[in-house]
Ligand binder design. Structure first.
Ligand code: FAD
Length: 316
């Protein structure tokens, strides 16, 4: 089995940044960029304009930004494999990483497999329909886009993140509707109060969006009231899913400490996981910020943490 100092699993801003730093530190990293698990380059491959990544005053297309990350990691000698990691064995060192067609041993591992925003299968919200043409899953990322300005916006969800996203969107939309399938919010009391009191927010109880329609962008939502079954059409500028994220950690279950949702737990102020020699960065360990720049920042931290740990091991 081929032996490597460092394996990086995942190819978003976190994984590629970790690779840039690790390759420049002569760790000759091998990076599994995924294949069936999602597009190599991560979540930004599914978006258009990224306007908040520093260094690009005019904005940059998500796929272009990620191709730049990839090229920069390859430039310093990262070996990139276009395959998924199916399992790892962290019970002894060196660790074993089993990809779809490659099995390797690695002295250290960086997990950067990201998280997937949950979406509902609504007519009009799918890829190729209005996804990224008014339907999105990130208010902080997309809320400021001109298509949402002074338009009625609909947030699907009922937890803290739905309320947070709705409050954030009041800066842009003419009115913000929280569409919730129950008659009470799941959000904490204080967050629920904020939503209820906000003059620009209205909660549509016992309701769901049946269909999204429009032309080039979203124009209407078709709302169903679950009490009486009636469908009502309303003008809409955007639909935001706020029903949570699923961290991509299924293949690590039972081997690393996670929170109840599956986010990896890292030790305060570092990227160290519950297993010595395994580090985590990006959205897979971040239920709070979930931004490209924070993912890249923790990717840098993970490479520095791994490098220091590997040199300590060598000097022992
Ligand atoms: P990800 O980008 O999620 O990448 C993880 C990668 O790992 C994926 O390619 C996946 O295929 C791969 N992977 C998963 N499992 C495996 C496995 N077992 N083996 C191998 N590979 C695996 N943030 C901003 O800052 N600005 C924005 O404008 C913005 N817009 C967004 C728009 C959309 C539609 C979405 C969904 C997100 C947006 N975000 C934005 C958030 C941003 O994309 C994420 O915070 C960031 O991509 C997280 O990076 P990451 O490296 O942690 O993981």
């Amino acid at each position: 089995m081929e032996k490597k100092k460092l394996a990086i699993i995942g190819s978003g801003p976190a994984g590629y940044t970790a690779a840039i730093y690790a390759a420049r530190a002569n760790l000759s990293p091998i990076l599994y960029e995924g294949f069936m698990t999602g597009p190599s380059g991560g979540q930004l491959m599914t978006t258009t304009e990224v306007e908040n990544y520093p260094g690009f005053p005019e904005g940059i297309l998500g796929p272009e930004l990620m191709m730049n990350f990839r090229s920069q990691s390859a430039r310093f000698g990262t070996q990139i494999l276009t395959e998924d990691v199916e399992s790892v064995d962290l019970s002894k060192r060196p660790f074993v990483v089993r990809g779809t067609s490659t099995h390797i041993e690695a002295e250290a591992i960086i997990i950067a497999t990201g998280a997937t925003a949950k979406r509902l299968d609504i007519e009009g919200a799918r890829d190729g329909e209005f996804w990224q043409k008014g339907v999105t899953a990130c208010a902080v990322c997309d809320g400021a886009a001109p298509i949402f300005k002074n338009r009625p916006l609909f947030v699907i969800g009922g937890g803290d993140s739905a309320v947070e996203e709705a409050i954030f969107l009041t800066k842009y939309g003419s009115r913000v509707y929280i569409v919730h399938r129950r008659d009470a919010l799941r959000a904490s009391k204080i967050m629920a109060q904020r939503a209820l009191k906000h003059p620009k927010i209205e909660i549509l109880w016992n309701s769901g969006i049946e269909k999204i329609s429009g032309d080039q962008v979203v124009r209407k939502v078709h709302l169903k009231n679950f009490n009486d079954g009636k469908i009502e059409e309303r003008e809409a500028g955007g639909v935001f899913f706020a029903i949570g994220h699923q961290p991509n950690t299924e293949f690590l279950k039972g081997q690393l400490e996670m929170n109840p949702t599956g986010y990896l737990i890292v030790k305060n102020g570092s990227t160290r996981t519950s297993c010595e020699g395994v580090f985590a960065c990006g959205d897979v360990q971040d239920p709070t910020y979930r931004q490209a720049v924070t993912a890249a920042g923790t990717g840098c931290m993970a490479a520095l943490d791994a490098e220091r740990w590997l040199s300590e091991m060598e000097s022992e």
